[in-house]
Design a protein around this ligand. Structure first.
Ligand code: ADE
Length: 247
């Protein structure tokens, strides 16, 4: 079982957002556990305050170290070790599928969602193992970013997806975007399903899909296409080497 601890000031947002669909089903099947930890529950301030003005001045408020550290420590005490702890921030490393696969290997993951203008640097130094951004834009808080990560990581945890939903031929596998899909009816608003897909000729269908994937990747994601070409070159090189070796 993989457990996600999400430290936040808005626990209901995370709980509501992650209880539907495939993630909700995996939680019910006890493949995943999602625990929203309300940082405010851990403040020692008698008015429930969790933020204060930044030293040195400037706009906005800063989330204070104490409630975050105590919330984190409560998780550590429960599981008996210091888990991988991800701070969601646009200053972090950009999230990608490879990271989702790697994070999915951990039994427990902690996510720290910041708000206001930031979080006291000292508590980050104490608890954070990974600084992660979900893209080059600024959100109002880390919650949506944590939910994006939990979703992408969850589907890499064995048992979350059914065999039918398996992630084998999907986008980013082999650095290619996925080919287009069609379902019934055969003609819709005068648009016909590509002939090859109706042919039953599996080799041709496979070739058509690869061709579509390559063209789409080249158009929409030239950066990814470059990596695909590189990787194909490497595989070819290896094959040739293997051939020479056997001779
Ligand atoms: N918090 C605010 N913006 C963010 C982003 N782009 N990624 C992760 N966390 C964030």
């Amino acid at each position: 079982m993989t457990t996600f601890y999400i430290m936040t000031l808005f626990p209901e947002m995370v709980e509501q957002g992650l209880k539907t669909s495939i993630i909700g089903r995996a939680v019910e099947k006890e493949i995943l556990r999602i625990e929203a930890v309300n940082i405010r529950d851990y403040t020692t301030n008698k008015h429930g305050k969790v933020d204060d003005y930044p030293y040195g001045g400037g706009a906005g408020m800063v989330m204070q170290a104490q409630p975050i550290y105590d919330a984190y420590q409560a998780i550590v005490d429960r599981i008996g070790r210091r888990p991988r702890t991800i701070y969601l921030t646009p200053k972090g490393q950009t999230f990608h599928q490879g990271m989702a696969k790697e994070f999915a290997l951990d039994e427990e993951l902690v996510f720290l969602c910041g708000h206001y203008e930031g979080v006291d640097e000292r508590v980050l130094e104490e608890i954070v193992t990974d600084y992660v951004s979900i893209g080059d834009y600024v959100l109002t808080g880390g919650e949506l970013a944590a939910m994006v990560m939990v979703d992408a990581i969850s589907r890499m945890v064995p048992g979350t997806l059914s065999n039918q939903e398996s992630g084998e031929t999907e986008t980013f596998h082999n650095y290619l975007l996925e080919y287009p899909q069609y379902s019934r009816p055969e003609i819709w608003r005068d648009k016909k399903v590509p002939e090859v897909l109706l042919s039953g000729h599996h080799k041709n269908i496979e070739a058509w899909r690869l061709e579509q994937s390559i063209a789409l990747t080249k158009k929409n994601r030239p950066d990814l296409y470059e990596r695909y070409v590189e990787q194909e070159g490497v595989q070819h090189g290896r094959k040739q080497k293997a051939d020479t070796g056997s001779r």
